[in-house]
Design a protein around this ligand. Sequence first.
Ligand code: G6P
Ligand code: MG
Length: 220
Amino acid sequence: MTNIKACLFDLDGVIVDTAKYHFIAWRELAAELGFEFTEENNERLKGVSRMTSLEILLEVGGVSLPEEKKIQLADQKNERYVSYIAKMTPDEILPGVVDFLNQLKKAGIKTAIGSASKNTPIILERLKLSHYFDAIIDGNKVSKAKPDPEVFLKGAEALGVLPSDCVVFEDAAAGIEAAINGGMRCVGIGQPEILGKANMVVPGFENFGLNELMKLGNGQ
Ligand code: G6P
Ligand code: MG
């Protein structure tokens, strides 16, 4: 193998499509506040922390509220979101993910989760994936949001691997920037128009394995 010693995965949109549950919960909150929140608006929330997501939603609705009320609304949205994700099953793991994780394990490449979500533990537990990862760095363990590289740097540190020996998998532009800011190579999961700064962009893991990973491993 080349100089790739670890793969760091974002969770939402990379391992599982939780964006749809976030969307339903935010849309319900917007409806209660008296405005419409569209799927297009929801795109802006990908990779963004819970409180910043609320700020964006309130901006869309042209609503301004005191801090205390905002915290209450974010809690309310999260309770709803948790009630949806609590029903998730391993069937919702995105295609090709488990296969790729198994290939990495066999090849001795370490793995970590690097996600802004404070709900990471419950999601991994529902998907029965917790044991696949050597380290889990989530929204409960970081203070700086992507594009700050903190979440991935902490992941590399927990694995005992240099940032330059890591590859990050991300579906959000801010996450790609975080990887670059941390001195890591990255694979965009999604559309090249949005993730153009990544070293490689693929639609998902269905046709992505060790061979494709190796293409990134020549010390670029
Ligand atoms: C991920 C998602 C965002 C979400 C954030 C916080 O980055 O892509 O849409 O807002 O996590 O999630 P949480 O589960 O803590 O509300
Ligand atoms: Mg994501």
